[in-house]
Design a protein around this ligand. Structure first.
Ligand code: PAF
Length: 269
């Protein structure tokens, strides 16, 4: 694996390839990332992974300063997975140039996490737009766990007629149905036990909704999961992935964002 911290050197190296498959990350790699990277490496072409904790997408200084990092372990994983290139830039390498394309923020950015994390999606699209201009990848692979991010990146690419193809990758879960996430590293043992209970409840709740044993009631779920140790609930919503609206059929995902201790967790299933 070749490591680059400078975009000019990276560009010089990859210029000759028109089949770069790009996996953007903020490091602290876990089984979810591994699955995406594996999918990328299996495709023909070169896989380029980026690790960059993007300050612009953090709406809270404390969250940025406590975001988990584990560079040695990340390097081990990337080598094991036979990744071709790692781009691990500085802030200036990413932000000190004028982009060709403008940030396009679809109105779905105002929903869900957009209501609770001011500026977050603008920061995400900004950095992804920059990576796309630097790397010009044939494909970009993103996880479905962050469905809203995935959708907004797709819209930005469409609107700006960027040639990169977006691949969505399925969410990888542990045996308790918890989606892998870098932020899980921040939970202590007791918090993890609380999360296991909450997820078990939410999974059963969705099953009951599908079998019409239960009608969706936000206040009721909120009360229940708070009694299980959730500190704060940002949202729990049912969304039809086709219309992005409240579902009229049995096809929907349950989206959530809540805090256990100081850790904010999101998922949809
Ligand atoms: O999902 C993430 O890790 C980040 O939001 C991304 C896509 C790497 C942009 O910083």
């Amino acid at each position: 694996m070749k490591l680059f911290t400078n975009k000019k050197q990276l560009q010089k190296e990859i210029r000759k390839f028109n089949n770069i498959s790009f996996v953007p990350t903020m490091g602290a790699l876990h089984k979810g990332h591994e699955s995406i990277i594996r999918k990328s490496v299996k495709r023909s072409g070169k896989t380029l992974v980026s690790i960059f904790v993007n300050p612009k997408q953090f709406n809270n200084k404390r969250d940025l300063n406590t975001y988990p990092t584990n560079t040695n372990n990340d390097l081990k994983i990337l080598k094991r997975l036979k990744v071709h290139y790692l781009y691990k830039p500085s802030y200036d390498d990413v932000y000190k140039f004028k982009t060709e394309k403008k940030i396009y923020l679809d109105r779905f950015s105002k929903e869900l996490c957009g209501q609770f994390r001011k500026g977050h999606f603008k920061g995400v699209i900004d950095v992804v737009n920059r990576f796309l201009e630097i790397i010009k990848p044939k494909t970009i692979l993103l996880g479905n766990k962050d469905f809203q991010q995935l959708y907004l990146i797709k819209k930005h690419i469409e609107k700006n007629k960027i040639k990169t193809k977006v691949f969505s990758c399925k969410t990888i879960r542990d045996k308790y149905f918890i989606a892998y996430s870098s932020r899980l590293n921040k939970l202590n043992y007791i918090e993890k036990i609380k999360l296991i209970k909450v997820i078990k409840f939410l999974k059963r709740y969705k099953k009951n909704l599908l079998s019409k044993k239960q009608a969706f009631n936000f206040n009721e779920i909120k009360k229940k999961i708070m009694s299980m140790g959730v500190k704060k609930v940002d949202y729990i919503k049912l969304i039809d992935l086709k219309t992005l609206k409240r579902p009229r059929t049995n096809k929907f995902n349950l989206f959530y964002a809540f805090y256990i201790g100081k850790v904010r967790l999101i998922d949809n299933f």
